[in-house]
Design a protein around this ligand. Structure first.
Ligand SMILES: Nc1ncnc2c1ncn2[C@@H]1O[C@H](COP(=O)(O)OP(=O)(O)OP(=O)(O)O)[C@@H](O)[C@H]1O
Length: 280
């Protein structure tokens, strides 16, 4: 299998804190990979760099052959103009572009549009791909209305896919937490990703909801979509992931199959050894 995502020597510093310290790993097409590590290990920071939300201090991220993190010539660094240039869009790829390239994500703390309905939350994700022009949108031409209707059909298809059974017209805030998580995944899938990043998808879910989530993630992989999840629930990770990357203090300390990772002394010491019977 070829690498869909290549992360090389990624570094992210917040002042004196090194959140990600030389992280390198790859994600192959259609695989399920888990990124684990103790609290503060740098997992979310790494996700934020990979998906274009943060600009790493150094390193490269290549997704589907396209550079998400672009190297900045040393002259700009010496002149201290990196931040200024990047704020004008130079040497960086914005998250919206990364999504168009085929990488979607969910967030540790849900980021749904609270003032929109369930259905609108999902259709909004597809509007970025609507090809209707400004005037067609403004005048609601027949072409625009057809495209809009197709969007709604597709959004319903994704809600169905993730097993959403509530009322699509409710505001997302009216839903139980587990359903909100499902809507967030439906919204991510509606962007037609090749790679889906899930940041702690099982957090706050009960046992049955976790089982449903595992089935859903396998179903997503069945579509040919690679899934990378950050997760603290070791039972779920060991059951679901084909490969596990372990971080500790921003550094990668293991990358391998679940069985091998479980036996890795560095992992046991850093993480699993704390209490193997508990979620971290
Ligand atoms: N915006 C920020 N500003 C300053 N420091 C930050 C920021 N975000 C993260 N950090 C620090 O970077 C380190 C890595 O944090 P990060 O949230 O990436 O870890 P994590 O592995 O995702 O943790 P958790 O499992 O608790 O979510 C921590 O020391 C954290 O305090």
């Amino acid at each position: 299998m070829s690498a869909l995502l290549e992360v090389s020597d990624l570094r992210l510093q917040f002042g004196g804190v090194t959140a990600v310290d030389g992280l390198s790993f790859e994600v192959r097409e259609g695989e399920i990979l888990a990124v684990i590590g103790p609290n503060g290990a740098g997992k979310t920071s790494a996700f934020n760099c990979i998906s274009g939300f943060y600009l790493p201090t150094a390193g490269s991220v290549v997704f589907d052959g396209k550079a998400i993190v672009r190297s900045v010539p040393a002259i700009w660094r010496r002149l201290g103009l990196v931040n200024l240039l990047q704020s004008f869009g130079f040497y960086r790829v914005l998250p919206s572009r990364v999504t168009k390239w085929g990488m979607a994500r969910t967030f540790q703390n849900l980021r749904l549009f609270r003032e929109l309905s369930v259905l609108e939350n999902v259709t909004t994700a597809m509007h970025a791909n609507l090809r209707e022009g400004f005037w067609a949108t403004l005048l609601h031409t027949p072409g625009y209305r057809r495209a809009e209707a197709a969007c709604v059909r597709e959004a319903r298809g994704w809600l169905d896919f993730v097993g959403f059974e509530d009322d699509e017209q409710l505001y997302v805030t009216q839903l139980p937490y587990g359903e909100q998580r499902r809507v967030e995944i439906a919204r991510a899938l509606a962007t037609s990703p090749k790679l889906l990043l899930l940041d702690e998808p099982a957090a706050g879910l009960n046992f049955n909801e976790k089982l449903t989530l595992m089935r859903l993630i396998r179903k997503i992989r069945g579509l040919g979509v690679a899934v990378v999840l950050i997760e603290h629930d070791m039972g779920l990770v060991m059951e679901l992931a084909e490969r596990i990357v372990v971080l500790n203090y921003g550094k990668e300390i293991a990358d391998g199959a679940p069985e091998a990772v479980k036996r890795n002394p560095a992992v046991i010491e850093a993480y699993l050894g704390v209490d193997e019977s508990e979620d971290a």
